[in-house]
Design a protein around this ligand. Structure first.
Ligand code: FAD
Length: 492
């Protein structure tokens, strides 16, 4: 029996559902990854030729390839560039495999792609099987007592925790622990390669990015970040809301590309939670939010077409024309005059990461201070975030716009100044990303326009020149927003 394992957002060789299944049934296993032109070409069309995500993938698969080769020179990852709907059936035919195995994807466009590939393989007499791998519980595995799909997080989380058994988070082993730990031990003879080169980034139209300076990459990078976080996990609850503190795990990009196993993370968090760690318990909740949004997307695929989860919210009229353009541009550039918002946007632009608290603050600011349609912000994050994932991003934006399944109420409008005073009290984060404000006192840094002339002079800051005046008055924007949302008030 011969099998081909198609890697997508599961770029690792351990605790991997499809690979584990392939190694159980087949004597000869090939591994492949396709740089999908259906995904990459739109990036190139937008001029995004330096994309940290593409680089992250490229370096991560390079690690897999090197590891396979180091264990067995005849092994290796087969990497192609093109349309998987054509390339997967062609490769499967060329290698004369009996089956293609992969892991489930929950985005409607990926589901459609997989259905097309499955059909073509069927015509060739080749099986196509897909496995649950990137979540603990998927689709309709966790349901309400009445058998319905959850739309509120807390009862979903409670049902999720109740359903969890050790089997759900057991490692889906691919190799014995001895084979896994001995870097140079030959892999089981079953993994085979093919004499092809990995296409360079340049050959695919991209240039290398600075991702390597920002985050450790690949399976090895993920385990480095994880062991670092394991020392801090107990403090997670106390530290996670403060962007100047190293509180969160920074594992999101690894979860996005599967360079870490969600089962391994839940095993650690759940074990520590049972041992009484409040930090681990809060962190586990975040991992369950991740499952929640995948579940929501799987059950409400219409979300992928840009609609609000609560249809009534599509009645809202957003800012239009020149004002909208001006507001949106200032927001993207980190030039709104609200220091915490600006620092956060600059963190995103320069690193591809934004702290969770700040994703909430900046999203709320765009929607409820500037009155800009949340879909524009969602699309901007989609282009910029290293960890961009449709389900979590759409969930986050619809939470902020109050149109989502378990969203903040429409009348809850973050005050960007008090958020700043609360979560970046000493302005450390602001000073890092808005150095022009560095000379201001801890009190004025949250709202520079309230600083007196003497302080501004001492800080060598000329408002309107070195840093903008606030683009909008928060209190007035608040009133406009409540009016804007009045079309949905009755429902909320
Ligand atoms: P940690 O705090 O260490 O959390 C651990 C993991 O839990 C994260 O890596 C992530 O996989 C998951 N997680 C945490 N919070 C959430 C959440 N609210 N929803 C779903 N999963 C969560 N997360 C993404 O992975 N991709 C996105 O595109 C994305 N877009 C967002 C957009 C908005 C407007 C908002 C408010 C949130 C968004 N999030 C997104 C969720 C969250 O902000 C990030 O997952 C988190 O900041 C990543 O940092 P971390 O890995 O250090 O997180």
């Amino acid at each position: 029996e011969k099998a081909l394992v198609w890697l997508r957002r599961d770029l690792r060789t351990f605790d991997h559902a499809a690979l584990s299944a392939a190694l159980q049934v087949a004597d000869q296993v090939y591994l492949c990854f396709i740089f999908d032109t259906n995904i990459l070409n739109p990036l190139l069309d937008k001029g995004l030729t330096t994309d940290r995500r593409v680089d992250f993938i490229w370096q991560s698969i390079g690690q897999i390839h090197a590891e396979l080769i180091a264990k067995n020179p005849k092994s290796g990852l087969i990497v192609l560039h093109g349309n998987p709907q054509v390339l997967i059936p062609a490769l499967a035919k060329e290698l004369a495999v009996d089956a293609v195995l992969t892991n489930h994807d929950y985005e409607p466009s990926s589901i459609a792609r997989d259905a097309l590939v499955a059909n073509q393989l069927k015509d060739l007499g080749i099986d196509f099987t897909s496995y649950k791998d990137q979540v603990i519980f998927e689709r309709k595995e966790v349901l309400t007592g009445a058998g319905g799909v959850f739309s509120v997080f807390t009862p979903f989380k409670n049902a999720w925790l109740k359903k969890l058994t050790p089997q759900d988070i057991a490692s889906q082993d691919c190799f014995t622990s001895e084979q896994q730990s001995q870097q140079l031990a030959p892999l089981p003879k079953t993994i085979l390669g093919k004499a092809t080169e990995i296409p360079t980034l340049e050959a695919m139209g991209f240039t290398p990015s600075n991702i390597q300076e920002l985050i450790p990459i690949g399976m090895h990078g993920a385990s480095q970040l994880l062991s670092d976080f394991e020392d801090r996990i107990h403090q997670y609850q106390a530290t996670r809301d403060f962007p100047a503190i190293k509180g969160p795990s920074y594992l999101s990009t690894h979860l996005r590309f599967g360079t870490v196993s969600i089962r391994a993370l839940v095993r650690i968090a759940h074990h520590l939670m049972l041992a009484g760690s409040a930090g681990a318990s809060t962190w586990l909740s975040e991992l369950i939010w991740r499952d929640f949004y995948f579940m929501i997307l799987a059950n409400h695929p219409r979300l992928a077409s840009g609609v609000s989860f609560k249809p009534d919210y599509d009645k809202i009229t957003w800012e239009q024309g020149l004002l909208q353009e001006k507001f949106f541009k200032a927001w993207t550039l980190g030039k709104t005059g609200y220091p915490l918002v600006d620092a956060a946007m600059r963190q995103l632009n320069t690193s591809g990461y934004m702290h969770n608290r700040l994703r909430m603050v900046t999203a709320c600011f765009l929607i409820k201070d500037l009155g800009v349609d949340w879909r524009l912000g969602e699309a901007y994050f989609a282009d910029q975030l290293n960890d961009y994932d449709f389900a979590a991003n759409n969930g986050g934006w619809q939470w902020a716009s109050s149109s989502g399944c378990d969203a903040q109420p429409y009348f809850r409008i973050f005050n960007p100044i008090t958020q700043s005073q609360k979560f970046d009290k000493e302005g450390k984060f602001i000073r890092k990303y808005c150095p022009e404000l560095a000379g201001l006192s801890n009190q004025s840094i949250h709202a520079p326009w309230l600083a007196g002339e003497i302080e501004l002079q001492a800080a060598k800051l000329e408002l309107g020149k070195d840093y903008p005046f606030p683009i909008i008055k928060h209190d007035e924007a608040r009133k406009t927003t409540l009016l804007r949302y009045s079309v949905v008030k009755a429902e909320a």
